[in-house]
Design a protein around this ligand. Structure first.
Ligand SMILES: Nc1ncnc2c1ncn2[C@@H]1O[C@H](COP(=O)(O)OP(=O)(O)O)[C@@H](O)[C@H]1O
Ligand SMILES: [Mg+2]
Length: 306
C-alpha cells in the first residue's frame, strides 16, 4: 500500500549501505524500493551477488527516533520467534551513527492494496498458527503494547464533534472498560495485523513487521484482522468488508468485538489529538480508519447489548 512516502534506498548514506552489505557477506548488485508500510525510512528488496534476495528496512533517529526504536525491538523479537511461526528470519541488524537497518529473509508473495476472501483466509491461518504458540518469555504482556484504548472515554469527556460519536461514545467506552484484564493471556500475538504487514503467496501468508509482538489473548490478532479488513477495505467494497469482519468476529469470544470497538476509539482519539509533524498523512489515515469502522462498531455495540 503506497500511503507512506518512504525514502529511497539510494538516499541512505553510503557507509550504512556498505555496512549492510558487509553484514550480509555479499555485495548489493541491484535493489528495488518498496512503498508499503508505515515508516518514513527506506524499505527495499536487495539483490545480492551471491544470488540471494533479502528484505531491508532502515531509518535514522534524526528522521524519527520512534521508528529506530521499533527496528531495534523488531530485531529482538524476530530472534525469539519459534521457527514454526510464519515470519521472516532476521539476517542482520546494522547500527551506524543515528541509523539502524534490519535485514531479513525475503518473503515471496504480494502485499495487495485491498483484502480479498483468499487473503483473509490465508492471514486467518497465519494468525492461528502464530497464536497456537506460547509467547516467548522475553515478550512483554500485551497491556504494554497497547495505548490510547481509552479513546472513547476521553471523547466523552472532551465532547463529541458529530452525531454518530455523540450517540456511540458512551456505550463504546463502557464496552472497552477493563481491557487491561480481558486482553491478557500467554499466546504469541503479533499485535499489528494489517494487510500491509503481510505477504500472501497462493494460499499462504507470512506475517511481517513484528515490533509490537506480545503475550496476550489468543483471539487478539484475529480481532485486529477483522478491524483491518474494514479499515483497509475489501476488493468487493465496503458492505462486503463489514460483512466479512462481522462474520470473523462471530466465531470469536465477545472480547474480540470489544477489542475492535477499542481500536476504533484509539484511531479516533489519535486523529483528534496527535499532530504528526514527520508524517502528517498519518492523521488523515487514522481519521479514515475510525470513520470506516463506524458501521461495524454500531453493529457490534448492538450485538453485545443483545
Ligand atoms: N521479509 C519481507 N519480504 C518481502 N516483503 C517484505 C518483507 N518485509 C516487509 N516487506 C514489504 O515491505 C513493506 C514494509 O515493511 P514493514 O516491515 O511493514 O515496514 P514498516 O515497519 O515501515 O511498516 C511491507 O508492506 C511489505 O510489502
Ligand atoms: Mg509495517
Amino acid at each position: 500500500m503506497a500511503f507512506t512516502p518512504r525514502a529511497a534506498w539510494a538516499e541512505t548514506p553510503a557507509p550504512v549501505r556498505a555496512a549492510v552489505a558487509r553484514a550480509l557477506g555479499s555485495t548489493i548488485v541491484a535493489h528495488t524500493d518498496l512503498h508499503g508500510g508505515m515508516s518514513p525510512g527506506p524499505a527495499v528488496a536487495l539483490h545480492l551477488a551471491d544470488g540471494r534476495q533479502v528484505f531491508v528496512k532502515a531509518v535514522s533517529a534524526d528522521v524519527r527516533p520512534h521508528n529506530r526504536h521499533m527496528i531495534e525491538r523488531e530485531s529482538r523479537v524476530l530472534d525469539v520467534l519459534p521457527r514454526s511461526v510464519p515470519a521472516p528470519r532476521r539476517l542482520a541488524t546494522v547500527e551506524h551513527g543515528p541509523w539502524i537497518a534490519l535485514a531479513t529473509t525475503w518473503c515471496p508473495g504480494l502485499t495487495e492494496p485491498c483484502w480479498t476472501d483468499a487473503s483473509i483466509a490465508a492471514v486467518v491461518q497465519a494468525c492461528r498458527t502464530a497464536s497456537s504458540h506460547r509467547a516467548p518469555k522475553s515478550l512483554s504482556p500485551v497491556v504494554e503494547r497497547i495505548s490510547d484504548f481509552d479513546g472513547w472515554a476521553r471523547t466523552r469527556q472532551t465532547g463529541a464533534t458529530d452525531d454518530w460519536t455523540a450517540d456511540h461514545a458512551a456505550p463504546a467506552a463502557a464496552l472497552v472498560t477493563g481491557w487491561q484484564q480481558w486482553t491478557a493471556g500467554d499466546a504469541l500475538i503479533h499485535r499489528d495485523i494489517r494487510l500491509d504487514n503481510t505477504t500472501v503467496d497462493a494460499n499462504s501468508a507470512v506475517l511481517l513487521d513484528w515490533a509490537y509482538a506480545a503475550a496476550g489473548a489468543p483471539w487478539l490478532d484475529l480481532a485486529q484482522l477483522a478491524a483491518d479488513v474494514v479499515a483497509t477495505g475489501h476488493v468487493l467494497g465496503e458492505p462486503t468488508a463489514t460483512k466479512r469482519a462481522h462474520s470473523l468476529l462471530r466465531g470469536l469470544p465477545p472480547e474480540a468485538s470489544r477489542f475492535v470497538i477499542a481500536l476504533a476509539g484509539m484511531w479516533h482519539i489519535r486523529a483528534e489529538t496527535i499532530p504528526d509533524t514527520v508524517m502528517p498523512y498519518i492523521s488523515t489515515w487514522r481519521r479514515a480508519r475510525s470513520a470506516a469502522l463506524r458501521p461495524l462498531v454500531s453493529a457490534l455495540i448492538a450485538d453485545l447489548h443483545r
